[in-house]
Design a protein around this ligand. Structure first.
Ligand code: ATP
Length: 306
């Protein structure tokens, strides 16, 4: 549904996109992750036609977005990171406007507005000016403007930033429903659990390009997580099996063990009074990709020298 390749976007001397390429299939939620400044928002802006790339291709539903921007734009709904609503218009008017831009009219438009308001728990504030909404209500309304036209491609840039648990749950359910109905979704976030809830594939951006792409299992399985244990009656590290002991350290009265297989640490027969298992997360993934890149650079340097 979305194919992009070789995207370059420069701002003066800064290169925001440096050969960025990402493909998303119908029904797929692609979780776009990466440190601040990796190029995620610039990518969303380029695909949405809000920023012009210096090079590269954007194809939406078979339509080249640079050659036929209007046609391509009709296929997508975007919720930008910086909220952009008409503050003097009511929530209903904002939703109607975006629904109309997507080609909906009369009954179909009214029905779509009601549906999205109900899904995103906006029914009670439909007639309130958008400028008077709380932060969470505003974020839900922004997401609503992206969803209301039932686009084939959804671009959601940190849609749950600053959202309370109810807002988050409503948004995630609405996104899941769109993907289940066949929409392709690009979803940027800094929270891995959200992407798990969405059953998303992962795309890791760094330095203006995608450096890793795959399922959570492909990218995170095998990375070391962590087990923290209160040691119980004995604080004797020697009671730990040697393989576990080698990766253990004592910290503020707790034992901390780094392991790619945390449950195996517990199966080793040690009996702590409390246990906290942290499975590998985004930090671990970024660290492992950075060290892989550093190794590749060193290898490259060695080959060049040879
Ligand atoms: N309008 C602009 N003018 C100058 N530089 C820009 C502009 N927009 C983005 N950049 C730069 O391009 C790079 C990528 O920024 P971008 O906002 O796309 O990152 P991001 O991955 O979305 O970060 P975040 O997680 O903080 O949202 C950054 O170095 C940023 O400073």
């Amino acid at each position: 549904m979305l194919e992009t390749e070789g995207l370059v976007k420069r701002y003066g001397t800064a290169t925001a996109l440096d050969g960025f390429g990402l493909t998303v299939a119908p029904g797929e939620v692609a979780g776009l992750i990466g440190h601040n400044g990796a190029g995620k928002t610039t990518f969303v802006e380029v695909v949405a036609g809000l920023a012009r790339p210096d090079a590269g291709r954007v194809v939406i539903g078979g339509t080249d977005a640079r050659r036929a921007p209007r046609e391509a734009r009709r296929l997508l709904g975007v919720a930008p990171q910086e909220l952009a609503l008409y503050g003097n218009a009511t929530v209903r008017e904002n939703l109607r406007l975006f629904g109309a831009l997507a080609g909906l009219r009369r009954t179909a438009l009214a029905r779509a507005v009601d549906r999205v308001a109900e899904e995103l728990r906006l029914t009670d504030v439909l007639d309130r000016p958008a400028g008077l909404l709380s932060g969470g209500q505003r974020r839900r309304t922004q997401a609503g403007t992206a969803l209301v036209g039932e686009p084939a491609l959804l671009l959601l840039d940190e849609p749950t930033a600053g959202a309370d648990p109810d807002t988050r749950a409503a948004l995630l359910a609405a996104v899941r429903a769109r993907a289940a109905a066949g929409a392709a979704v690009v979803y940027t976030t800094h929270y891995l659990p959200e992407l798990d809830e969405l059953g998303a594939t992962l795309a890791v951006a760094r330095g203006g390009r995608i450096i890793a792409r795959g399922t959570r299992r492909e990218l995170l399985d095998g990375l070391p997580g962590e087990v923290r244990m209160s040691p119980g009656e004995s604080t004797d590290l020697l009671r730990l099996p040697p393989a576990v002991r080698a990766r253990a350290c004592r910290e503020a009265g707790e034992l901390r063990v780094t392991s790619a297989d945390p449950p195996a640490v517990l199966a080793a027969g040690y009996a702590p009074t409390s246990v906290d298992v942290r499975r590998p997360g985004l930090d671990d993934l970024y660290r492992s990709l950075a060290s892989r890149e550093a190794n590749a650079d060193t290898e490259g340097g060695r080959h060049a020298a040879a």
